[in-house]
Write a protein that binds this ligand. Structure first.
Ligand SMILES: NC(=O)c1ccc[n+]([C@@H]2O[C@H](COP(=O)([O-])OP(=O)(O)OC[C@H]3O[C@@H](n4cnc5c(N)ncnc54)[C@H](OP(=O)(O)O)[C@@H]3O)[C@@H](O)[C@H]2O)c1
Length: 356
């Protein structure tokens, strides 16, 4: 038997009100099962919305872990190490790293006993940072660039939130594919530093929100793009920022919305003339739905990202790791909950719980 702990919730609400620690024991894996140990549990904005209850995808609540009320374990992304395998498992051995196959596995816990097909093995050449965050943002960036419009070498893509984790991956993957990119970022004191960082990652041009809004700046963009086309606009912000991106698209261009960082205005303004005479298409992207509809797409996209990491063509955006020592946790599990609430409450970039 293995002692384990999970951060669970039985009701939806603010994380500090509804999350609590649950301790349980797990039997050894049978047949096709694996027992896995959590190495890193990243926290994504969607995880918090899921606990609050405003995210469209909700994990099933049950009493399988022995909770008094039907409960779900928080979190969707995680890196795990295989501790024990069942007698029929052929594709895993002790010590292998793996990640969830589909969203909703519940990753804010110390151990999982699951079917071996619920997790995907990762190649051993990945670094801890690459492996821990490979399952969401790199897949999103790759699919945003490949699923909506055929981009050929020399084409242009424009995106807002260019300094987000997804944005930095879009920039790098675009560079690998020979696609030019314009990243829109919010102005800041250290803008020059940020422009240098994004340019080093492969951004062809970096512009500010103000330049994005300024209609006269279009002449500069047209000069950069020349006879090529701006075929794709990636919107992570919404509102005014998204509407200004659309204006930069060439005829037949696509605007794809995947995030709504500016919650004050959830609309994109696309004029009838843009629809009719420029044949602009506006659509949305959701990784969760993509994976649910086509689980093999996740495997295929992971393979591509692993190749990029192996060849050193792409670097994984950094994230903050907060250490949680399971062995030093107290009997009630309060340290686990406190640490998780600290991670969830820290809005200064991507955070993850690092288990020891
Ligand atoms: N649809 C999907 O399947 C999918 C998949 C993955 C991620 N996402 C979404 O993509 C978004 C980015 O995720 P991430 O992990 O890359 O995030 P991240 O690294 O934390 O970056 C957040 C970005 O949002 C910008 N931002 C924050 N508040 C803003 C505001 N009010 N107006 C304009 N920009 C603002 C930040 O810019 P500053 O530096 O200027 O603050 C930063 O560029 C999230 O909304 C996430 O939920 C969606």
């Amino acid at each position: 038997m293995t002692s384990a702990k999970a951060i669970v919730y039985s009701e939806h609400g603010q994380v500090s009100d509804v999350l609590h620690t649950h301790s349980y024991t797990l039997a050894d894996p049978q047949s096709n099962e694996v027992l896995i140990l959590t190495v890193v549990a990243p926290v994504n904005p969607a995880d918090i919305l899921q606990v609050i209850g405003t995210y469209p995808a909700r994990p099933e609540k049950n009493t399988k872990l022995g909770t008094a009320k039907p409960s779900a374990v928080g979190g969707n992304e995680g890196l795990f190490k295989v501790l024990k395998v069942g007698s029929a498992v052929k594709h895993f051995k002790t010590g292998d790293w793996c990640i969830p196959r589909v969203p909703g596995l519940g990753t804010w816990r110390s151990h999982i006993l699951c079917d071996s097909h619920d997790v995907i093995p990762l190649p051993s050449f990945l670094s801890l940072d690459q492996a821990a965050t490979i399952g969401v943002n790199p897949l999103t960036a790759y699919q945003l660039l490949t699923q909506f419009v055929y981009l050929k070498k020399g084409d242009w893509v424009i995106q807002n939130a260019g300094n987000s984790a997804v944005g930095k991956l879009v920039t790098q993957i675009a560079r690998v594919k020979g696609i030019n990119s314009i990243s829109v970022v919010r102005n800041r004191d250290n803008l020059t530093e940020l422009v240098e960082e994004l340019t080093a990652l492969g951004a062809t041009k970096v512009i500010t929100d103000e330049q994005n809004y300024d209609e006269s700046f279009q002449a500069t963009i047209s000069e950069w793009v020349g006879d090529s086309k701006v075929r794709l606009a990636l919107n992570c912000v919404s509102g005014k920022s998204a509407s200004a991106l659309v204006k930069k698209l060439s005829k037949g261009g696509f605007v794809v919305t995947y995030g709504l960082m500016d919650q004050s205005d959830l609309n994109i303004n696309i004029s009838i003339t843009d629809y009719v005479f420029k044949q602009i298409t506006s659509t949305g992207y959701w990784l969760t739905a993509n994976i649910a509809a086509n689980p093999q797409l996740k495997i295929d996209t992971l393979d591509e990202i692993c190749k990029y990491y192996e060849k050193g063509l792409v670097v994984s955006p950094p994230f903050k790791k907060v250490l949680y020592k399971l062995a030093e946790d107290d009997a009630k599990g309060s340290t686990f909950l406190e640490t998780m609430l600290r991670v969830v409450g820290d809005k200064s970039g991507k955070q993850a719980l690092l288990f020891e």
